[in-house]
Design a protein around this ligand. Structure first.
Ligand code: ARG
Length: 589
């Protein structure tokens, strides 16, 4: 990649000027403002400051030692000591051809691959996946795809909520009011019904609540019948989750539910107590503030009426049961021992931010050495709002089930596709609608900054204009239609023919293509798939401008080969970029 070649040459020049300089922070990056040049390095200013040198004088010295004449038309020193490179079109064209010959153009594998555990989706058994689950599932899946593409080792783990006090009520319902037919038809809906009925009865009648508690106690004690029923509930729930994951094209390496850690929980609490990290309070066991943080940054404190009071991380309840926190501590311990990851990423709703702050701090107090070797990273996200600005609900005020949402997306996309392409067969239109509809929902969710709430709007996400999946998928079909008309082997032909970039719109498109790999790296560094969305949207815009001003099929010779090469690379980057967001493309729409 060009910026890496320039960077290597710059490192050599810096070492020529300052033999002992550490060049790890000397980066070459695309210029934000193309008027200044194509690539830029601002690292010399910092290096000069460290050594009390005049930055411009250092820049002159480095420039004199920098051998980039073959790659660059101009090399300017700007402002206090920025180096600006303007790349020669011939050098750009050569890189494009070299990249086109690769399986994944513009993607550079990480020099230091890392091991990353990604904990995402993680729905709760016996409850339907609702619209909110698209967020953790979609963001988590995009992240696992980006990390894998960059050559990192990824372990994705669906931390299923398959344990908890709700199973007492569910067991009671299963034994007394289960409707087997309904269970076969719609298992999760039936489990939800059991829970609702029994829960209402328990609220009204303490004896009923006691019965449910007894069922839970039996389950916790390993009673054979209750264990079998509980496993059956997990099985039928998993079947329905798998149907959704299948539709969304989401895969996990592991689905170790919360219950997997049950055997460890009591030892975790004993150890925390023995080390003085946790203590008993009102019959429960919790981790309290150690006073190392100012109160307003201390997650173990809350402010009540102007006073800071304890808000411990509870690890054992007064009835002896364990907490969400206890399971999460055991989970970190297991993951570190099993996979030795460099990072664990939790893609979970921002409302759980206090939980994760307490979790990470508690873990660091519990296992300081292990904690120093891993980055624990809560990747949070905001809410989905309806067009009225309130949390997104169905017309009757219920939460929107994910399956219903995906069905509606495909139905609505079918109308769009049919209007554009009435001549295609119904089967073809349905397949395109599936790709467009699911793509639209996923993309609309990945596009906003993940921490902000966003408004769900069918019309906006399905529009063929604007920053939407259908717009990008449509751009891809335009590329494909060029190759349908251009005759056989036009893609590979262009990869080997003589090429020359000349028109401004050719150059702009070429330079943007070159940035694909850098964008993927920033997505991985900051866990922000929206950077990739915006990159692809810009790519489609540059392609549209190019396509308007630079005829492809009517051109001849070098010009035609150059333009076909740009079309080929645009199509491949669009397809790879969308695939990295978990979105499919179609040849026509
Ligand atoms: N099941 C949880 C919920 O629905 C999410 C779990 C997230 N992962 C974790 N390790 N805590 O809220």
């Amino acid at each position: 990649m060009l910026h890496l070649t320039l960077q290597a040459k710059l490192h050599a020049a810096v070492r020529a000027a300052l033999p002992d300089a550490d060049t790890t922070a000397v980066l070459v990056r695309p210029c934000l403002d193309p008027r200044h040049g194509d690539y830029q390095s601002n690292a010399l200013i910092g290096l000069a400051k460290q050594r009390k040198l005049n930055p411009r004088a250092l820049a002159e010295q480095v420039k004199a030692a920098l051998d980039v004449a073959e790659l660059c038309d101009a090399l300017d020193i700007a402002g206090p000591g920025f180096l600006n490179f303007r790349v020669r079109p011939a050098a750009l064209a050569a890189v494009l051809q070299a990249e086109a010959a690769k399986e994944q153009p513009f993607v550079a594998k990480a020099a230091q691959p890392r091991t990353v555990v990604i904990d995402f989706s993680s729905p709760n058994v016996a409850k339907p996946m609702h619209v909110g689950h698209i967020r953790s599932t979609g963001i988590g899946d995009a992240l696992q795809r980006v990390f894998r593409l960059l050559g990192h080792r990824v372990i994705s783990d669906n931390h299923l909520g398959d344990w908890g006090t709700q199973f007492g009520k569910l067991l009671l319902g299963w034994k007394q009011i289960l409707d087997r037919d309904a269970l076969a038809r719609e298992p999760i809906a039936e489990l939800e019904r059991l829970y609702k009925v029994i829960n209402a009865e328990c609220d009204a009648n303490p004896a009923r609540l006691e019965e449910a508690k007894q069922e839970l106690v039996k389950l916790q004690a390993g009673d054979a019948e209750n264990t079998a029923v509980w496993q059956e509930m997990i099985r039928v729930s998993q079947r329905q989750f798998d149907a959704v994951y299948g539709r969304l094209g989401v895969k996990f390496d592991h689905t170790l539910g919360e219950s997997f850690y049950n055997p460890q929980l009591s030892a975790v609490v004993t150890d925390l107590l023995a080390r003085g990290i946790a203590r008993e309070s009102e019959g429960a066991v919790g981790v309290f503030s150690d006073g190392s943080l100012p109160p307003k940054n201390d997650p173990f404190l809350v402010n009540r009426d102007g006073e800071w009071v304890a808000d411990p991380a509870l690890v054992r309840k007064s009835d002896g049961g364990f907490n969400y926190m206890t399971t999460d501590l055991a989970t970190i311990d297991y993951r570190l021992k099993t996979w030795a990851p460099d990072e664990i990423i939790y893609v979970v709703d921002d409302r759980q931010a206090p939980h994760f702050r307490k979790l990470f701090l508690t873990f660091a107090r519990w296992q300081a050495d292990a904690a120093a070797r891993v980055k624990l990273n809560h990747v949070g996200f905001g809410k989905i709002l309806g067009e009225d600005g309130k949390p997104f609900k169905t017309r009757s005020g219920d939460t929107v089930k994910l399956e219903d949402l995906l069905n509606e997306a495909e139905e609505r996309a079918l109308a769009v596709v049919t209007e554009k392409n009435p001549d295609l067969s119904e089967a073809e239109r349905r397949e395109i609608a599936r790709i467009v509809g699911l793509g639209a929902v996923k993309y609309a969710d990945l596009l906003p900054n993940r921490q902000s709430d966003y408004q769900f709007s069918w019309d906006k996400m399905l529009a063929l204009q604007g920053n939407t999946a259908p717009y990008l998928q449509y751009a891809y079909t335009r590329v494909r239609s060029i190759f349908r008309k251009s005759g056989a082997n036009a893609e590979t032909g262009a990869r080997n023919a003589e090429t020359a970039l000349a028109a401004a719109d050719e150059l702009a498109l070429a330079k943007h293509l070159m940035n694909f790999g850098l964008v993927l790296e920033t997505v991985a560094d900051e866990c922000r798939p929206n950077f990739l969305c915006n990159y692809l949207y810009e790519l489609a815009g540059l392609f549209a401008r190019f396509y308007e001003s630079c005829p492809v099929l009517k051109a001849e010779g070098t010009e035609r080969a150059t333009r076909l090469l740009l079309c080929d690379l645009t199509g491949r980057v669009l397809r790879q970029g969308l695939a990295t967001l978990g979105i499919e493309v179609t040849e026509q729409m």
